[in-house]
Design a protein around this ligand. Structure first.
Ligand code: AGP
Length: 608
């Protein structure tokens, strides 16, 4: 997704902007640009492609400038070209703007500007905004931004500078995150804390409908209607080294291998083994509403949706509560039936996915209790849900979600146990499950040690362009997740499904030598899975299996087996997904794909 970073202070702004953009690269982009104000002039530099292309253009431009804004663009309206890259500049060359989001009424605004004799030169929706600001400008940049935004429909996170007011950055937010970094005599604006964390951990999160003006002396915040507001200063909970690669070749590898630690962080302070209880402070005040829940609806997209699917099994199995999982993009437009006792749980690593946020708002509108299971602290979904549980798994930089997924599963498991204890789950059964849950991080540590063996297994099949992933019960969602991982970073076509479903058509796909991944861990459908494996083998398919340690039957049937420790079925997904994450990672590396920044993908899809 697009990224924004801005700075006002005493230092040279150019290196700060470039470094900030580099920390936002993981979000996915296809062009970048800067606008700097120095010596009374506004200098715009833009380039299609990577930030290195922008750096090459910048050279020694505006070394004296100490005020500027910058942007990485993920094209929505208009091709990824220099002409469409941000910052966009007003027709008189004096105002520059960067924008995340979509101006939905840009066509009518463009017509209005044409009627005023103001012509846009790019194919973007964003440009109408900077031209409109200039149209309203009458010596007060903040007011001109305010006036222009009143005519705008859509979503935005913007930062605006002007050579006529070289001592300020004006920012505004509606539907696209913005944070203010508070340094020592310097202030920053960004779409993501990663862009500013090396300068300060003190931040203020702007909410929808809020504006800010940053100057050398400080910042002030108002509503869009100029009503002053006071914002709480918060501490960003992750550090710079957590963002760095930590010796790994890719962020995805780092995040796969740090899952023992990230899961420990997710579980920390929440397990009460002796009492057979779970403590989740973020939803404690809604404990009674939750206990009376008649129906749980999980809503999310992508990997988070797969976590919801596991949550469905967990809540019905452990908490004996009806549960269903909905794609947020479908839920939001389906006019969903929300009745008394419905709890909607939005799952989102970024907390900014547009469809998931819209589904959450729709559920609130219809009177549901809404909970968020989110990683990014202070994100929109986290703030708009009635309550929630943070993952605390640290920043996830790789576009392919890995550690956030296993932390989502850990949180959903804890929520199901907590609700189950208010229903029919005995203290003894809960103690047994919780004590096993506490061992999961150590089990994950053992599984990731198989990475080299998994790479060699993948090497034999990496040229195959079609894979199947099959699982049953709790491992059916893991089959979907394994297929998604492989697809999104190695560009191999893969399909996941319930193992039994294969016979209803997809078995026609099985060709000689086709790789088929089975999750065949011990469970109540184990024998049926072995039968499905035979069906595939007898048609020439090659089996790669995830199996329970000590299981030699599967080893007789598979080309390769990736073993996971024996745990109760509800806890298996946190383990069985790990080999599939590694499988996808190694396939992508062997195919020389861009592991952390796969083509066409963004880390957080903040547009529909
Ligand atoms: C996962 O590997 C993908 N990158 C994508 O499906 C992602 O899970 C989805 O876009 C949801 O993102 P969120 O968790 O930040 O809402």
């Amino acid at each position: 997704m697009c990224g924004i970073v801005g700075y006002i202070g005493r230092k040279q702004v150019q290196p700060i902007l470039i470094e900030g953009l580099k920390r936002l690269e993981y979000r996915g982009y296809d062009s970048a640009g800067t606008a700097m104000v120095g010596d009374g002039t506004l200098t715009i530099t833009r380039a299609a492609g990577r930030i290195s292309a922008l750096e090459a253009r910048l050279g020694a431009i505006q070394r004296s400038a100490t005020l500027g804004i910058a942007h990485t663009r993920w094209a929505t309206h208009g091709a990824p070209t220099e002409r469409n890259a941000h910052p966009h500049v007003s027709y008189d060359g004096k105002i520059a703007l960067v924008h995340n989001g979509i101006i939905e009424n840009y066509r009518s605004l463009r017509t209005f500007l044409d009627q005023q004799g103001i012509r846009c030169v790019s194919d973007t929706d964003t440009e109408v905004l900077v031209q409109l600001i200039r149209h309203f400008y009458n010596g007060n940049l903040e007011q001109a931004v305010r006036d222009a935004l009143h005519d705008v429909q859509g979503t935005y996170g913007i930062a605006v500078v002007s050579s006529d007011e070289p001592d300020r950055i004006v920012a505004a937010r509606k539907g696209s995150p913005l944070i203010i970094g508070i340094g020592n005599g310097e202030f920053l604006i960004a779409s993501d804390a990663a862009a500013i964390i090396e300068h300060t951990a003190q931040v203020v999160y702007l909410a929808d409908g809020e504006m800010a003006v940053l100057t050398h002396d400080g910042f002030r915040t108002t509503t869009l209607d100029a009503v002053p507001i006071t914002k709480d200063v918060q501490e960003v909970e992750f550090s710079l080294e957590q963002i760095e690669l930590g010796g790994h070749e890719h962020f995805m590898a780092k995040e796969i291998f740090e899952q023992p630690q990230s899961l420990n962080n997710t579980l920390r302070g929440r397990l009460r083994v002796r009492e057979g209880m779970i403590h989740l402070g973020g939803i404690a005040e809604h404990a009674r509403d939750l206990a009376r829940a008649r129906r749980i609806i999980f809503t999310a997209q992508g990997t988070a949706w797969h976590a919801g699917l596991v949550g469905e099994y967990l809540f019905e199995d452990i908490a004996k509560t009806p549960a269903e999982t909905e794609y947020a993009s479908e839920f939001r437009y389906r006019n969903p039936l929300i009745n008394e006792g419905t709890v909607v749980i939005a799952i989102s690593q970024s907390g900014e996915t547009a469809d998931t946020l819209a589904a959450l708002r729709e559920a609130k509108e219809k009177g549901a209790l809404t909970l968020g299971v989110v990683n990014v602290v202070g994100s929109t979904i986290a703030r708009e849900a009635d309550a929630g549980v943070y993952l605390h798994c640290g920043p996830e930089i790789g576009v392919a979600s890995t550690k956030a997924f296993t932390s989502q599963l850990a949180v959903l498991t804890m929520m199901a146990i907590q609700l189950g204890r208010r229903r029919f789950l005995s203290q003894n059964d809960a103690q047994a499950l919780i004590s096993q849950l506490a061992l999961i991080p150590g089990h994950v540590e053992r599984i990731v040690q198989q990475s080299d063996g998994i790479r060699e297994a993948v090497r034999r099949f990496v040229h195959r362009e079609n894979w199947l992933f099959l699982g049953r019960g709790y491992n059916y969602p893991i089959a979907l997740e394994g297929a998604l991982k492989l697809k999104e970073i190695s560009y191999i076509h893969a399909e996941g499904m319930p193992a039994a479903e294969m016979k209803h058509g997809p078995i026609a796909l099985i060709s000689d030598g086709m790789p088929v991944v089975f999750i065949a861990t011990r469970g109540n459908q184990y024998d049926k899975v072995l039968g499905n494996i035979e069906e595939v083998r007898s048609r020439g398919g090659k089996i790669l299996a995830v199996a329970t340690e000590g299981d030699h039957d599967v080893a007789q049937m598979a080309e390769d087996v990736f073993y996971v420790p024996d745990v109760p079925e509800p806890l298996q997904p946190m383990l069985s997904v790990i080999p599939l994450q590694l499988l996808a990672y190694h396939a992508a590396v062997l195919r020389h794909c861009s592991v952390d920044k796969p083509r066409n993908l963004a880390k957080s899809v903040t547009v529909e």
